[in-house]
Design a protein around this ligand. Structure first.
Ligand SMILES: *Cc1c(COP(=O)(O)O)cnc(C)c1O
Length: 374
């Protein structure tokens, strides 16, 4: 581990850029257009937006999508040149900043058109119109779309470059997703007939990429799939995808206790015999859910070891009784693989009663991100 010398607290997220690149290529190969809008919002799901976008740009990612102007500008500061789409809210005071930085904004509310009048620059401002086909979060009603195109046609420097929608249940409901696709297609046909259809139609998040080839349109819009993580534990990934993220730490103390000793806050675990207990420097402040206290497990020396006692803010304890040659410095895998065993992020998240998205985005910034190039 190259960076380990600088690592005082030996807790790190390992991010395999080679796997991310391969996953990206696998996604790209699925689409005839080769266009992939890589979703790197929330600092690329906590993994480092600049680093990941740089890697994907090298391999000709078509564009990037983020949640806010701040996230978009961070990518520009990091040297990212490709188009960036902001999926969420942009304040009208930022329209000029968006245009001069080649950042596309999303129009998701008809009332916003009034405010677009504040945009006065000669530089064209490109927008993507978001249509609500059933997610009911952001987006204009399909019935409003024609009038939006009409109104916007009078703007000198504002152009509709794209139109998109978002599926709420592509990982879980065929019927509902097909209903959303149909709604979107009806709208697209209407636009096509009036020669209004914008050049970029997109809809497919990771679950849609896996389940609904008929909704690929002009560009795919994956996030979690880039990291080799399935959007739903019941949905297996094709073989050409590989895991790109693991969470690791090292034992900092090994203790031996007799029967009847209480471990950690609140004495929720009492040793039921002679036990070897190891302390590892990762806790709920790092993003390990506290509800894994006494129920989660980790990998040490290629074996599963139970988390015992209540998980604390910065540390947790594991039962390594009977493990050979345990000592401070031994690697502990929270999720990822070790030897021939693995704890997948999907399993880990399910055990914690949540989803991989939440686990990844909540990994604290104090955990070092280590990028592997192979
Ligand atoms: C987050 C997001 C995506 C990517 O979702 P994944 O499930 O990670 O692929 C795509 N589109 C929109 C609008 C999003 O908010």
């Amino acid at each position: 581990m190259v960076d380990e010398i600088e690592m005082n607290r030996p807790t790190w997220v390992e991010i395999n850029l080679e796997s991310i690149k391969n996953n990206f290529e696998a996604i790209k190969n699925l689409t005839p257009t080769g266009r992939v809008i890589c979703v790197v919002k929330a600092d690329a799901y906590g993994l480092g937006a600049k680093e990941i976008a740089r890697e994907l740009e090298k391999h000709s990612a078509f564009a990037f999508a983020v949640a806010s102007m701040e996230e978009a500008l961070e990518l520009r500061e990091g040297g990212i040149k490709n188009p960036i789409l902001v999926l969420g809210y942009v304040d009208t005071r930022n329209l000029e900043v968006a245009a001069v930085n080649d950042i596309r904004i999303t129009l998701f509310d008809k009332d916003f058109i009034k405010r677009l009048k504040e945009y006065k620059l000669d530089t064209p401002l490109y927008i993507h119109l978001k249509v609500d086909t059933g997610m009911h979060r952001l987006g204009v009603d399909p019935n409003e779309v024609m009038s939006i195109f009409e109104e916007l046609s009078s703007f000198r420097n504002v152009f509709i470059e794209g139109i998109y929608t978002h599926f709420s249940s592509a990982d879980s409901s065929k019927e509902y997703t097909e209903f959303q696709i149909k709604k979107f297609n009806t709208l697209l046909n209407g636009l096509q007939n009036r020669k209004l259809k914008p050049p970029l139609v997109h809809a497919a998040n990771s679950a849609t990429i896996l389940n609904f080839r008929e909704a690929y349109y002009d560009a795919l819009r994956p996030g979690i799939l880039l990291y080799g993580v399935s959007p739903n534990i019941n949905l297996a990934l094709p073989n050409d995808f590989s895991k790109a993220v693991s969470l690791k730490t090292r034992i900092i103390k090994v203790s031996h206790y007799k029967k009847g000793e209480a471990i950690s806050y609140g004495r929720t675990y009492i040793t039921d015999g002679d036990k070897t207990i190891a302390t590892v420097p990762i806790g709920y402040a790092d993003g390990v859910p506290r509800n894994l206290s006494n129920t989660g497990y980790v990998l040490v020396k290629g074996q599963f070891a139970r988390i015992v006692g209540t998980i604390t803010m910065d540390m947790l304890m594991i039962d390594v009784t009977g493990f050979p040659y345990i000592h401070p410095g031994n690697e502990v895998v929270i999720f990822g693989s070790q030897g021939d065993k693995a704890i997948t992020l999907e399993e880990f998240s399910q055990r914690a009663l949540t989803i991989p998205y939440e686990i990844l985005t909540r990994l604290n910034k104090r955990i070092k991100r280590v990028y592997l190039k192979k």
